[in-house]
Design a protein around this ligand. Structure first.
Ligand code: FMN
Length: 305
Protein backbone atom coordinates (compact mmCIF):
# COMPACT_ATOMS: atom_id res chain seq x y z
CA UNK A 1 0.00 0.00 0.00
CA UNK A 2 1.29 3.44 -0.94
CA UNK A 3 0.15 6.86 0.21
CA UNK A 4 -1.08 7.81 -3.25
CA UNK A 5 -4.57 9.27 -3.21
CA UNK A 6 -6.44 7.80 -6.18
CA UNK A 7 -9.80 9.28 -5.22
CA UNK A 8 -11.44 11.79 -7.53
CA UNK A 9 -14.41 14.10 -7.40
CA UNK A 10 -16.80 14.39 -10.35
CA UNK A 11 -18.84 17.39 -9.23
CA UNK A 12 -20.63 16.18 -6.11
CA UNK A 13 -19.82 12.53 -6.83
CA UNK A 14 -16.81 11.15 -4.94
CA UNK A 15 -15.14 8.04 -6.39
CA UNK A 16 -12.42 5.91 -4.79
CA UNK A 17 -10.51 5.99 -8.08
CA UNK A 18 -11.14 7.37 -11.59
CA UNK A 19 -11.97 4.02 -13.23
CA UNK A 20 -15.62 3.45 -14.09
CA UNK A 21 -17.20 0.88 -16.38
CA UNK A 22 -19.11 2.27 -19.37
CA UNK A 23 -22.78 1.84 -20.10
CA UNK A 24 -23.74 -1.00 -22.41
CA UNK A 25 -20.49 -2.90 -22.00
CA UNK A 26 -21.11 -4.46 -18.58
CA UNK A 27 -24.88 -5.03 -18.56
CA UNK A 28 -26.11 -4.73 -14.98
CA UNK A 29 -22.83 -5.88 -13.44
CA UNK A 30 -23.48 -9.56 -12.76
CA UNK A 31 -21.27 -11.02 -15.48
CA UNK A 32 -18.46 -8.58 -14.62
CA UNK A 33 -18.51 -9.65 -10.98
CA UNK A 34 -17.19 -13.04 -12.09
CA UNK A 35 -14.01 -11.37 -13.34
CA UNK A 36 -13.32 -8.45 -11.01
CA UNK A 37 -14.04 -7.33 -7.48
CA UNK A 38 -16.58 -4.58 -8.05
CA UNK A 39 -15.69 -3.13 -4.64
CA UNK A 40 -12.37 -1.97 -6.11
CA UNK A 41 -13.55 0.13 -9.04
CA UNK A 42 -14.55 3.79 -9.07
CA UNK A 43 -18.08 3.24 -10.34
CA UNK A 44 -20.31 1.21 -12.61
CA UNK A 45 -22.63 2.70 -15.21
CA UNK A 46 -25.56 0.44 -16.04
CA UNK A 47 -26.88 -0.31 -19.52
CA UNK A 48 -29.18 2.48 -20.75
CA UNK A 49 -32.61 2.06 -19.19
CA UNK A 50 -35.88 3.17 -20.74
CA UNK A 51 -39.30 3.40 -19.13
CA UNK A 52 -40.52 0.19 -20.78
CA UNK A 53 -38.39 -2.81 -21.81
CA UNK A 54 -36.88 -2.60 -25.31
CA UNK A 55 -35.95 -5.51 -27.55
CA UNK A 56 -33.41 -3.48 -29.49
CA UNK A 57 -32.50 -3.88 -33.16
CA UNK A 58 -32.57 -7.15 -35.11
CA UNK A 59 -29.18 -8.88 -35.68
CA UNK A 60 -26.50 -8.48 -37.00
CA UNK A 61 -25.88 -5.94 -34.24
CA UNK A 62 -22.10 -6.04 -33.84
CA UNK A 63 -19.16 -6.19 -36.26
CA UNK A 64 -15.42 -5.89 -35.70
CA UNK A 65 -13.57 -3.16 -37.63
CA UNK A 66 -9.88 -2.21 -37.74
CA UNK A 67 -8.97 -1.05 -34.22
CA UNK A 68 -12.57 -1.02 -33.12
CA UNK A 69 -16.09 -2.30 -33.46
CA UNK A 70 -19.45 -1.13 -34.71
CA UNK A 71 -22.56 -1.80 -32.66
CA UNK A 72 -26.22 -1.12 -33.26
CA UNK A 73 -27.82 -2.78 -30.24
CA UNK A 74 -30.68 -0.26 -30.30
CA UNK A 75 -30.86 0.17 -26.52
CA UNK A 76 -32.14 -3.31 -25.69
CA UNK A 77 -32.87 -3.24 -21.96
CA UNK A 78 -35.17 -4.57 -19.25
CA UNK A 79 -36.86 -1.25 -18.44
CA UNK A 80 -36.85 0.60 -15.11
CA UNK A 81 -39.34 -1.64 -13.30
CA UNK A 82 -37.52 -4.93 -13.90
CA UNK A 83 -34.20 -3.18 -13.22
CA UNK A 84 -35.37 -2.12 -9.77
CA UNK A 85 -36.93 -5.49 -8.96
CA UNK A 86 -34.46 -7.93 -10.46
CA UNK A 87 -31.17 -6.26 -11.35
CA UNK A 88 -30.25 -3.69 -8.73
CA UNK A 89 -30.47 -6.12 -5.74
CA UNK A 90 -27.32 -7.84 -7.09
CA UNK A 91 -25.38 -4.59 -7.46
CA UNK A 92 -26.44 -3.42 -4.02
CA UNK A 93 -24.36 -6.20 -2.47
CA UNK A 94 -21.25 -4.28 -3.51
CA UNK A 95 -19.75 -1.09 -2.17
CA UNK A 96 -19.55 0.58 -5.57
CA UNK A 97 -21.28 3.73 -6.76
CA UNK A 98 -24.08 2.77 -9.13
CA UNK A 99 -24.61 5.29 -11.89
CA UNK A 100 -27.82 4.69 -13.73
CA UNK A 101 -27.78 5.50 -17.44
CA UNK A 102 -31.13 6.57 -18.90
CA UNK A 103 -32.22 6.69 -22.55
CA UNK A 104 -35.60 7.86 -23.80
CA UNK A 105 -37.53 8.82 -26.89
CA UNK A 106 -39.14 11.90 -25.37
CA UNK A 107 -38.26 14.49 -22.73
CA UNK A 108 -41.22 13.27 -20.67
CA UNK A 109 -39.82 9.74 -20.68
CA UNK A 110 -36.41 10.95 -19.42
CA UNK A 111 -38.16 12.79 -16.60
CA UNK A 112 -40.43 9.86 -15.72
CA UNK A 113 -37.51 7.39 -15.59
CA UNK A 114 -35.49 9.75 -13.38
CA UNK A 115 -38.44 10.29 -11.04
CA UNK A 116 -38.87 6.54 -10.53
CA UNK A 117 -35.17 5.71 -10.19
CA UNK A 118 -34.31 8.61 -7.88
CA UNK A 119 -36.34 6.91 -5.12
CA UNK A 120 -33.77 4.09 -5.05
CA UNK A 121 -31.20 5.08 -2.48
CA UNK A 122 -28.46 2.84 -3.96
CA UNK A 123 -28.35 4.87 -7.17
CA UNK A 124 -25.70 7.52 -6.64
CA UNK A 125 -25.99 9.49 -9.90
CA UNK A 126 -27.59 9.52 -13.33
CA UNK A 127 -25.88 9.47 -16.69
CA UNK A 128 -28.26 10.70 -19.34
CA UNK A 129 -27.74 9.22 -22.77
CA UNK A 130 -28.72 11.89 -25.29
CA UNK A 131 -26.28 10.49 -27.80
CA UNK A 132 -27.18 6.95 -28.92
CA UNK A 133 -26.66 6.80 -32.69
CA UNK A 134 -28.64 3.58 -33.10
CA UNK A 135 -32.27 4.44 -32.44
CA UNK A 136 -34.76 6.31 -34.61
CA UNK A 137 -36.38 8.35 -31.84
CA UNK A 138 -34.40 9.96 -29.04
CA UNK A 139 -30.67 9.43 -29.24
CA UNK A 140 -29.06 11.73 -31.75
CA UNK A 141 -32.34 13.51 -32.39
CA UNK A 142 -31.63 15.11 -28.99
CA UNK A 143 -27.87 14.81 -28.94
CA UNK A 144 -27.53 17.02 -32.04
CA UNK A 145 -29.75 19.77 -30.71
CA UNK A 146 -28.18 22.14 -28.18
CA UNK A 147 -31.50 23.50 -26.93
CA UNK A 148 -32.93 19.98 -26.47
CA UNK A 149 -29.88 18.94 -24.45
CA UNK A 150 -30.29 22.06 -22.28
CA UNK A 151 -33.99 21.39 -21.81
CA UNK A 152 -33.46 17.74 -20.87
CA UNK A 153 -30.80 18.76 -18.31
CA UNK A 154 -33.11 21.37 -16.79
CA UNK A 155 -36.13 19.07 -16.55
CA UNK A 156 -34.16 16.19 -15.08
CA UNK A 157 -32.48 18.39 -12.49
CA UNK A 158 -35.94 19.52 -11.41
CA UNK A 159 -36.92 15.99 -10.33
CA UNK A 160 -33.77 14.69 -8.64
CA UNK A 161 -31.22 15.83 -6.08
CA UNK A 162 -28.69 13.30 -7.31
CA UNK A 163 -25.80 14.30 -9.60
CA UNK A 164 -26.79 14.45 -13.27
CA UNK A 165 -24.15 13.65 -15.89
CA UNK A 166 -25.08 14.26 -19.51
CA UNK A 167 -23.41 11.88 -21.98
CA UNK A 168 -22.53 13.86 -25.07
CA UNK A 169 -22.34 12.88 -28.70
CA UNK A 170 -19.17 13.32 -30.74
CA UNK A 171 -21.28 13.51 -33.91
CA UNK A 172 -21.49 17.31 -33.72
CA UNK A 173 -19.26 20.19 -34.83
CA UNK A 174 -18.59 21.77 -31.42
CA UNK A 175 -19.13 19.50 -28.44
CA UNK A 176 -18.27 22.34 -26.04
CA UNK A 177 -21.47 24.18 -26.99
CA UNK A 178 -23.39 21.19 -25.65
CA UNK A 179 -21.33 21.10 -22.47
CA UNK A 180 -22.06 24.81 -22.06
CA UNK A 181 -25.80 24.17 -22.29
CA UNK A 182 -25.50 21.41 -19.67
CA UNK A 183 -23.64 23.76 -17.33
CA UNK A 184 -26.11 26.61 -17.85
CA UNK A 185 -29.04 24.36 -17.03
CA UNK A 186 -27.49 23.05 -13.82
CA UNK A 187 -26.02 19.73 -14.97
CA UNK A 188 -23.29 18.43 -12.66
CA UNK A 189 -20.94 16.90 -15.24
CA UNK A 190 -20.65 15.67 -18.80
CA UNK A 191 -19.32 12.39 -20.11
CA UNK A 192 -17.65 12.32 -23.51
CA UNK A 193 -17.83 10.57 -25.82
CA UNK A 194 -20.51 8.19 -26.99
CA UNK A 195 -19.83 6.29 -30.21
CA UNK A 196 -19.25 7.80 -33.67
CA UNK A 197 -21.61 6.92 -36.52
CA UNK A 198 -19.96 4.41 -38.85
CA UNK A 199 -20.75 1.65 -41.30
CA UNK A 200 -19.11 -1.28 -43.08
CA UNK A 201 -20.08 -3.25 -46.21
CA UNK A 202 -19.68 -6.88 -47.15
CA UNK A 203 -18.01 -6.63 -50.55
CA UNK A 204 -19.56 -9.87 -51.84
CA UNK A 205 -23.20 -9.31 -50.88
CA UNK A 206 -22.79 -5.49 -51.13
CA UNK A 207 -24.97 -5.25 -48.06
CA UNK A 208 -24.11 -3.43 -44.82
CA UNK A 209 -22.56 -5.75 -42.28
CA UNK A 210 -24.97 -4.34 -39.71
CA UNK A 211 -28.73 -4.78 -40.13
CA UNK A 212 -29.34 -1.21 -38.94
CA UNK A 213 -27.02 -0.07 -41.81
CA UNK A 214 -25.04 2.23 -39.51
CA UNK A 215 -23.68 1.56 -36.06
CA UNK A 216 -21.66 3.26 -33.36
CA UNK A 217 -17.89 3.02 -33.68
CA UNK A 218 -15.98 2.37 -30.45
CA UNK A 219 -12.54 1.10 -29.45
CA UNK A 220 -8.97 2.40 -29.92
CA UNK A 221 -9.85 3.87 -33.34
CA UNK A 222 -11.82 6.66 -31.64
CA UNK A 223 -9.42 7.53 -28.81
CA UNK A 224 -7.67 10.54 -30.42
CA UNK A 225 -11.08 11.99 -31.31
CA UNK A 226 -12.36 11.43 -27.78
CA UNK A 227 -9.29 13.04 -26.19
CA UNK A 228 -9.68 16.04 -28.52
CA UNK A 229 -13.35 16.39 -27.51
CA UNK A 230 -12.45 16.27 -23.81
CA UNK A 231 -9.77 18.92 -24.39
CA UNK A 232 -12.22 21.13 -26.30
CA UNK A 233 -14.69 20.97 -23.40
CA UNK A 234 -11.98 21.57 -20.80
CA UNK A 235 -10.70 24.67 -22.61
CA UNK A 236 -14.12 26.21 -23.04
CA UNK A 237 -16.40 25.19 -20.17
CA UNK A 238 -15.89 24.90 -16.42
CA UNK A 239 -17.65 21.57 -15.83
CA UNK A 240 -16.36 18.18 -14.62
CA UNK A 241 -15.72 15.73 -17.48
CA UNK A 242 -15.75 11.94 -17.58
CA UNK A 243 -13.57 10.78 -20.49
CA UNK A 244 -14.67 7.82 -22.62
CA UNK A 245 -13.46 6.37 -25.90
CA UNK A 246 -10.97 3.72 -26.84
CA UNK A 247 -9.21 3.35 -23.51
CA UNK A 248 -7.10 0.18 -23.67
CA UNK A 249 -4.62 0.68 -20.81
CA UNK A 250 -3.52 2.95 -17.95
CA UNK A 251 -1.55 5.25 -20.25
CA UNK A 252 -4.74 6.07 -22.14
CA UNK A 253 -6.38 6.97 -18.82
CA UNK A 254 -3.55 9.36 -17.96
CA UNK A 255 -3.86 10.95 -21.40
CA UNK A 256 -7.59 11.58 -20.89
CA UNK A 257 -6.91 13.04 -17.45
CA UNK A 258 -4.18 15.35 -18.74
CA UNK A 259 -6.65 16.59 -21.38
CA UNK A 260 -9.19 17.40 -18.67
CA UNK A 261 -11.08 14.29 -17.53
CA UNK A 262 -11.70 13.91 -13.80
CA UNK A 263 -12.57 10.23 -14.28
CA UNK A 264 -12.94 7.82 -17.20
CA UNK A 265 -15.11 4.95 -18.34
CA UNK A 266 -13.86 1.72 -19.91
CA UNK A 267 -16.08 0.35 -22.68
CA UNK A 268 -14.95 -1.92 -25.51
CA UNK A 269 -11.95 -3.00 -23.41
CA UNK A 270 -14.33 -4.95 -21.14
CA UNK A 271 -15.07 -7.31 -24.06
CA UNK A 272 -11.35 -7.88 -24.69
CA UNK A 273 -10.21 -8.22 -21.08
CA UNK A 274 -12.96 -8.08 -18.45
CA UNK A 275 -10.33 -7.91 -15.69
CA UNK A 276 -8.63 -4.85 -17.19
CA UNK A 277 -10.13 -2.32 -14.77
CA UNK A 278 -8.26 -3.74 -11.78
CA UNK A 279 -4.93 -3.93 -13.65
CA UNK A 280 -5.38 -0.31 -14.74
CA UNK A 281 -6.07 0.87 -11.18
CA UNK A 282 -2.91 -0.84 -9.94
CA UNK A 283 -0.82 0.60 -12.76
CA UNK A 284 -2.18 4.10 -12.14
CA UNK A 285 -1.02 3.87 -8.55
CA UNK A 286 2.44 2.83 -9.74
CA UNK A 287 2.50 5.71 -12.25
CA UNK A 288 1.77 8.15 -9.43
CA UNK A 289 4.53 6.67 -7.26
CA UNK A 290 7.02 6.83 -10.15
CA UNK A 291 6.09 10.41 -11.01
CA UNK A 292 5.94 11.63 -7.39
CA UNK A 293 2.23 12.45 -7.73
CA UNK A 294 0.44 12.45 -4.36
CA UNK A 295 -3.11 12.91 -5.64
CA UNK A 296 -4.15 11.59 -9.02
CA UNK A 297 -6.75 14.35 -9.24
CA UNK A 298 -3.84 16.77 -9.76
CA UNK A 299 -3.34 15.23 -13.21
CA UNK A 300 -6.76 16.45 -14.42
CA UNK A 301 -6.36 19.26 -16.92
CA UNK A 302 -2.57 19.45 -16.39
CA UNK A 303 -1.81 19.70 -20.11
CA UNK A 304 0.85 22.13 -21.29
CA UNK A 305 0.24 23.83 -24.60
C1 FMN B 1 -21.91 -2.96 -27.42
C2 FMN B 1 -22.00 -1.55 -26.91
C3 FMN B 1 -23.20 -1.13 -26.33
C4 FMN B 1 -23.31 0.19 -25.83
N1 FMN B 1 -24.47 0.58 -25.23
C5 FMN B 1 -24.56 1.82 -24.68
C6 FMN B 1 -25.74 2.22 -23.96
O1 FMN B 1 -26.69 1.46 -23.78
N2 FMN B 1 -25.77 3.49 -23.47
C7 FMN B 1 -24.74 4.37 -23.61
O2 FMN B 1 -24.82 5.50 -23.12
N3 FMN B 1 -23.60 4.00 -24.28
C8 FMN B 1 -23.50 2.76 -24.80
N4 FMN B 1 -22.35 2.39 -25.46
C9 FMN B 1 -21.24 3.37 -25.62
C10 FMN B 1 -20.15 3.19 -24.56
O3 FMN B 1 -20.64 3.40 -23.25
C11 FMN B 1 -18.97 4.16 -24.84
O4 FMN B 1 -19.42 5.48 -24.76
C12 FMN B 1 -18.34 3.93 -26.21
O5 FMN B 1 -18.29 2.54 -26.53
C13 FMN B 1 -16.94 4.52 -26.34
O6 FMN B 1 -16.05 3.93 -25.43
P1 FMN B 1 -15.07 2.69 -25.81
O7 FMN B 1 -14.38 3.07 -27.08
O8 FMN B 1 -14.16 2.57 -24.64
O9 FMN B 1 -15.95 1.50 -25.99
C14 FMN B 1 -22.22 1.08 -25.95
C15 FMN B 1 -21.02 0.64 -26.56
C16 FMN B 1 -20.90 -0.66 -27.03
C17 FMN B 1 -19.61 -1.08 -27.66
Amino acid sequence: MSNVDLSVQVGPLKLRNPIMLASGTVGYGNEMAEFIDLNKIGGIVTKSLSLKPRKGNPPQRIVETPSGMLNAIGLANVGVEVFLKEKIPFLKKYDVPIICNIAASSIEEYVECTKILTEEEAIKAFEINVSCPNVKEGGLQFGNDVSAVGKITHKIKAVTNKPVIIKLSPNVSYISEFAKAVKTEGGDAVSAINTLVGTAFDIKTRRPKIKNITGGLSGPAIKPIAVAKVLEIKRNVDIPIIGIGGIMNWKDVVEFMIAGASAVELGTLNFIDPAAAIKIIESLEQYCIDQGIEKISDVTGSFKI
